[in-house]
Ligand binder design. Structure first.
Ligand SMILES: [Zn+2]
Length: 252
């Protein structure tokens, strides 16, 4: 690290759990953030400001006025611009040392797999079940830790699925495909702006912890926020031994 980096990250370096060694791990790491909306905004802001070396930011949408209530990466001046480029511009103003790879598409198929393979940590900040399951399958295939977040109305949820661990559940173990509760989208149901910020910030915290290797990850648990009562609950997420996505991968 140069003098500028030592100063910029000094409040991390002061933490014994991070130190220079942990900060250097962040600078060497690549995070993939899928979705530059309500969750992806705070997640990307914290990852970039905290010193993640490379941040791939993928979103196929462009910024519209209804986004600005909660998607804090974007500005009035970005209306109509691709969210990936708008986000990259904001992040560059905060930390030009973070290399942002703007991907102006909703990643799927081989492109999704390639980006997951390149990443050290994957943050699912998307807003639909099809994408969530596709991201999960790619993370299981390439054994990449997945930090999943969701926010709707006043409710939030966060979980880490670390398929590098043999006993870890995957997203499909928790939410089997086909049994999906009807899709509830912010566009229809509404969402309380700060709830997306709380959830996205926790996703960033878990991603940073995983890269640094400090603390206990939010793995094997689903953290649930009731933003109206402002109460948290945590429930255990067991692995489904019959899960079609992850059960075969770790078979002896
Ligand atoms: Zn599974």
């Amino acid at each position: 690290m140069n003098d500028d980096q030592l100063l910029r990250y000094s409040r991390h370096i002061l933490l014994p759990q991070i130190g220079i060694e942990g900060q250097e791990k962040l600078l060497a790491a690549r995070a993939l953030v899928l979705g530059a909306g309500g969750l992806g905004s705070p997640a990307a802001l914290y990852l970039a400001s905290a010193g993640i070396g490379t941040l791939a930011l993928a979103d196929g949408d462009s910024v519209d006025l209804t986004n600005l209530q909660r998607q804090i990466l974007h500005r009035v001046s970005s209306l109509g611009r691709s969210k990936a480029l708008s986000g990259a511009a904001t992040l560059a103003e905060i930390n030009p040392g973070c290399r942002v790879v703007a991907i102006e598409e909703r990643l799927a198929g081989a492109r999704l797999e390639e980006e997951v393979r390149l990443a050290d940590v994957v943050l699912d900040c998307s807003d639909n079940f099809a994408t969530r399951h596709a991201i999960n399958r790619a993370c299981v295939k390439f054994a990449r830790p997945l930090i999943s977040g969701a926010a709707i109305r006043f409710d939030g949820q966060i979980a880490v699925f670390d398929s590098r661990r043999a006993d870890a559940p995957c997203y499909h173990c928790l939410f089997p495909e086909g049994e999906d509760a009807e899709e509830v989208r912010c566009a229809v149901m509404g969402v309380f702006a700060p709830v997306t910020g709380i959830v996205g910030a926790i996703q960033a915290a878990e991603a940073l912890k995983l890269v640094i290797g400090c603390g206990t990850p939010l793995a094997g648990r689903l953290l649930l926020l009731d933003g109206l009562a402002m109460e948290w609950r945590s429930i255990a997420v067991p692995r489904d031994p019959a899960c079609p996505v992850c059960s075969t991968r770790n078979a002896p």
